[in-house]
Design a protein around this ligand. Structure first.
Ligand SMILES: [Ca+2]
Ligand SMILES: [Ca+2]
Length: 196
């Protein structure tokens, strides 16, 4: 082994020893929750992004916040349409504390009585940190026109006083979920998003 090679190997070893460990999102130190979910199985989305929002605090293996990292929520169901653009990916950047709250500004192209379902994959850069399966997703913007107006009101009216179709909290207009019927509490939620 020649002398130059030995010197290079020593230099490389020194660099590796000095290099900081990669920071990766650590499941036990990272939290992913829904802010203003309807319940454990359902979220609501609105073109203005002020219905359910994804709340993420990402910390690494040393419990240090991963500030500045891109966070993304990708929905599997193409009937969910982001405002603007119509895609299914919603993004944010973690702040210095590793936290970001991502508005899901979207409509859902579904005028039917039964709510659609979607998987939601949450990533931090290249790392998947959470997957929600078969989440119910409802919206007062039933035609994904990115505006809640009379056309949407007529769909809501067509669901009025109907029970959840299968008794599994899956009606597309059951926004409040305290009562399985579409009733006053659901109307109050719908109208709070009027002209959004
Ligand atoms: Ca609409
Ligand atoms: Ca209800």
């Amino acid at each position: 082994m020649n002398k130059l090679f030995c010197v290079m190997m020593v230099a490389v070893a020194a660099m590796l020893l000095a290099a900081p460990a990669w920071s990766i999102p650590w499941p036990a130190n990272t939290t992913v929750t829904w802010y203003h979910a309807l319940d454990d199985s359902a979220i609501g989305v609105c073109p203005a992004g002020d219905f359910s929002q994804l709340d993420v605090t990402v910390r690494d293996q040393d419990n240090q916040p991963m500030g500045g990292y891109p966070i993304a929520a990708t929905f599997s169901n193409a009937l969910i349409k982001a405002n603007p653009g119509g895609g299914q990916i919603f993004t944010g950047i973690a702040d210095a504390a590793g936290h970001v709250r991502i508005p899901i500004a979207a409509g859902v192209d579904n005028s039917g009585l039964v709510a659609i379902q979607s998987d939601v994959t949450v990533t931090c850069g290249p790392y998947t940190i959470k997957i929600y399966y078969d989440l119910f997703v409802v919206s007062p913007d039933y035609d994904a026109s990115y505006y809640v107006d009379a056309a949407d009101y007529s769909v809501f009216g067509s669901h009025w006083h109907i029970n959840d179709p299968t008794g599994m909290k899956d009606c597309a207009s059951d926004f409040s979920r305290d009562d399985p019927r579409v009733e006053n509490a659901d109307y109050a939620v719908f109208i709070s998003h009027w002209h959004h």
